[in-house]
Unconditional design. Structure first.
Ligand code: SF4
Ligand code: SF4
Length: 310
């Protein structure tokens, strides 16, 4: 199912197919080079040396055994040049394609979040403001205090995300393992963590190309939230972390979803009305429910008492 989802239609599918076809052709070129090389070596042609262990090129040798020496030399040279020029061309193409992940997977893994999964970071802007309200000096001294003008809470567009978030997007292999594990997606919601990563990359590309062309860049009237990712998608996330656990290169779609949701909650007050009771309870009871966290297991005590009475 993950290979047939809507986000793969168009360029992503074409890109993936092109990569596959180019790789098959380049592999066939090098196998052809080795196969013809070895036939020439077996015939004792000068400068060609018999080698051991060329198993796969040995499999296609029968395709060339009927050729003359000169035709074999031409084929061997052509395959060599085709392969080397093809590899160089492919290396350039890779920088424009999702295949960039083969280079970015290493730094992406290096900079991945090593904190316990499920630990949701505080927002320093909010922590500083609360500290100031309570008269607590920020940890780093006065210089760490909240700036005079507070920036945006959460993220609305690509420039609000961290560079690691953007590197995550360019490192995505579009394999869909995250989406295949996502409980929201599995239960028919619109959310697909793979699409979140693809949207971040597409928006970064759009803004980058616009700036390169002397266009409006971020001021083009569009934004990541709204034009690429909808509230319906981010609201469907259960923050379960299954996507980050499933990703082979430690990409964290949840971090982006949380930042977008923080923007909606703190800048637009646009969260669904049903959530307001939860926010209020957290403010007053430090718990999503209408009672204190210390009373959370009262129900278990009650069950125990009922069982004792039986
Ligand atoms: S954290 Fe959100 S996006 Fe990731 S798997 Fe869970 S529900 Fe899906
Ligand atoms: S599992 Fe990771 S690499 Fe694969 S689609 Fe999801 S975010 Fe991208």
């Amino acid at each position: 199912k993950r290979f047939r989802m809507g986000e793969l239609k168009g360029w992503p599918a074409l890109d993936a197919n092109l990569i596959l076809i180019i790789e098959v052709i380049l592999m066939f070129a090098i196998l052809t080079m080795n196969a013809t090389d070895q036939i020439l070596a077996e015939r004792g042609v000068e400068k060609y040396v018999l080698l051991d262990g060329l198993f796969f090129s040995g499999l296609i040798q029968p395709l060339f055994v009927g050729m003359s020496d000169s035709a074999l030399i031409f084929t061997e040279r052509f395959a060599w040049w085709f392969h080397i020029v093809g590899i160089l061309g492919f290396a350039i193409y890779v920088t424009y394609s999702k295949h960039l992940h083969i280079f970015l997977a290493f730094p992406n893994t290096w900079y991945s979040n090593l904190k316990p999964k499920g630990e949701i970071g505080n927002m320093p802007e909010v922590t500083n403001e609360v500290n100031m309200m309570l008269g607590i000096q920020p940890e780093g001294g006065a210089s760490e205090a909240a700036p005079a003008e507070i920036g945006r809470f959460g993220a609305k567009d690509i420039n609000d995300l961290s560079w690691v978030n953007v590197m995550n997007a360019y490192s995505c292999t579009e394999c869909g393992r995250c989406t295949a594990e996502c409980p929201a997606n599995l239960t028919g919601k619109k959310l697909s963590p793979r699409k979140i990563m693809m949207d971040v990359r597409d928006r970064a590309e759009e803004v980058g190309k616009s700036i390169d062309a002397g266009g409006k860049g971020l001021e083009d009237g569009k934004s990541l939230l709204g034009d690429y990712i909808t509230k319906e998608e981010i609201n469907a996330c259960t923050t379960c972390n299954a996507c980050t656990e499933a990703c082979p290169v430690n990409i964290d779609p949840l971090s982006i979803i949380l930042q977008l949701r923080r923007y909606v909650a703190m800048e637009e007050s646009g969260t669904p009305a049903q959530w307001n009771a939860v926010f209020q309870n957290m403010e007053t009871s430090f718990s999503p429910w209408k009672f204190a966290p210390t009373d959370r297991f009262n129900w278990a005590e009650k069950v125990k008492e009922e069982q004792m009475e039986k």
